[in-house]
Design a protein around this ligand. Structure first.
Ligand code: ATP
Length: 441
């Protein structure tokens, strides 16, 4: 967080939610109908930011690697997949009702399991019931006569059930990974904390298949690699930690899991889980499907079931952490400016082109500059209001560079480029503008 930040941690969340609404980052879904609880829509600025988070993940996990390939699997899936994965039996949260006020809670999230946090009643909870988090629906035109299908509660199973397809078509061999970004759905009992916990969300998951003897080493590698990804994109290390699960938290198939956690205004919260899942998933699907999901190691002349290391992250939670880390209120010449010091990769617009005034003489030049810049960068164009106010608007959404076309431009073929963080301004000839931006973005 910037030193000049004036708002306290407690205000920070409110400020972010407010900014998000005001500037078209995140809206409450179905706003005009009173809002649909726990669902959110990403506005013009938010859609760009969310896409940038996902692109940054894809860039580092797929594009920059020779040992990972991508996948885009279906959201709807038959019960067989979830019977094999264990989700039909085990993907549950313990649900309790308060008999006094009828509010519902996840028992494992209660600070004091004997007191209702809503009405304060003591000993008013029902016995905990296992509540399955999967959304179930019917496929087929006749209501009640279709087949049961599930909306996936994680993207991971898409990678496991396509393991053989990918192995046979991609010329990869362990250690190699399959990566996917996509929507997942969970009927969360207690959605909340803005976009932190919603019923519909996007995951960014990698299933990395390795020879069993290398699993431990790859697990450590991915914990470090994923931690560094958040730091490289601007999250301060004092707001990030890697927390290893205790034995009581581990799922039955996982030998090691660590969560990458961010210090949210309400405390530490999970951004991503990195798990050593052993051979559980491939073995389960082998058994249930009858397909052999193994790798034949020619050198050793043996078949083996690869072990899996899974870094599983959430796009919205990452976006939240990036926003919270970037937000600052700074005093500049007795004026307060709100600024998002976002990493340029995450900034919705890299550049804003701002003609000094809306005059016929400036508009054609400014349009030309915009067209050139927009060939390479997502850029904004804004020609109304005083220039100072336009700079502030761009600061608020984290635009790293503002390019101003003024009346001198007509004589010197140069523009003024303003840096978001330092507010320093350079005069740059239009010929050199793309090179200037290229050195900085
Ligand atoms: P939590 O303990 O917070 O419920 P989880 O351990 O069940 O999360 P995973 O199954 O490990 O989550 O999913 C991987 C990632 O997907 C999480 O780290 C998180 O970023 C994201 N995620 C999971 N559930 C939600 C949700 N309901 N809303 C938004 N993101 C989610």
């Amino acid at each position: 967080m910037a030193d000049a930040e004036l708002s306290s941690e407690a205000d920070l969340m409110g400020n972010i939610v407010n900014l998000a609404k005001r500037r078209g980052i995140v809206f409450q879904s179905a706003d005009i109908y009173g809002g649909f609880r726990s669902a959110y829509d990403y506005g013009p600025i938010g859609a760009l930011m969310l896409r940038n988070v996902k692109d940054a993940w894809w860039y580092s996990m797929v594009q920059q690697r020779t040992d990972v390939v991508g996948l885009d699997a279906s959201i709807l899936s038959p019960p067989a997949v979830w019977a094999a994965s264990g989700h039909l039996q085990n993907f549950t949260d313990p649900l309790v009702d308060c008999k006094h006020c009828n509010d519902r809670f996840r028992e494992d999230q209660l600070d004091d399991p004997s007191t209702c946090p809503n009405c304060g009643a003591k000993g008013s909870f029902t016995e905990a019931r296992a509540f399955n988090l999967m959304f179930k629906t019917q496929a087929g035109p006749v209501e009640g006569a279709g087949h049961d299908v599930y909306l996936r509660p994680e993207t991971a199973q898409g990678m496991f059930i396509n393991f053989k397809n990918v192995l046979e078509t991609s010329r990869k061999r362990p250690p190699f990974g399959i990566a996917q970004i996509g929507k997942s759905f969970r009927n969360e009992i207690t959605p909340g904390n803005w976009v932190f916990r919603t019923r519909e969300f996007e995951q960014m998951e990698l299933e990395f298949f390795v020879p069993p003897a290398e699993a431990e080493e790859w697990y450590r590698y991915w914990c470090q690699e994923r931690f560094d990804w958040y730091v490289d994109l601007g999250i301060p290390t004092d707001h990030l930690r890697l927390r290893a699960h205790g034995d009581d938290e581990l799922s039955h198939y996982s030998s090691d899991t660590s969560d990458i956690e961010f210090l949210f205004p309400w405390g530490w919260g999970e951004l991503e889980g990195v798990a050593n899942r052993g051979d559980y998933d491939l073995k389960q699907h082998s058994e249930h499907s009858g397909e052999r999901l193994e790798y034949f190691d020619q050198q050793a002349n043996e078949h083996y079931t690869p072990h899996v290391i899974e870094p599983a992250a959430g796009a919205a939670r990452s976006l939240m952490a990036f926003l919270l880390s970037a937000y600052a209120e700074e005093t500049v010449n007795d004026d307060l400016r709100t600024v998002l010091h976002l990493h340029p990769k995450l900034a919705p617009f890299k550049v804003a082109v701002l003609p000094l005034s809306k005059k016929d003489t400036l508009t054609p030049v400014a349009h030309k500059v915009f067209t050139t810049v927009a060939e390479r960068y997502m850029a904004d164009y804004d020609e109304t209001q005083a220039i100072g106010r336009r700079y502030r608007r761009q600061d608020e959404i984290g635009t790293p560079y503002c390019v101003t076309v003024d009346f001198d431009t007509l004589d010197d073929d140069a523009v003024t480029v303003r840096d978001r963080d330092t507010m320093h301004q350079d005069r740059v000839s239009i010929d050199r503008l793309m090179a200037y931006l290229g050195e900085r973005l």
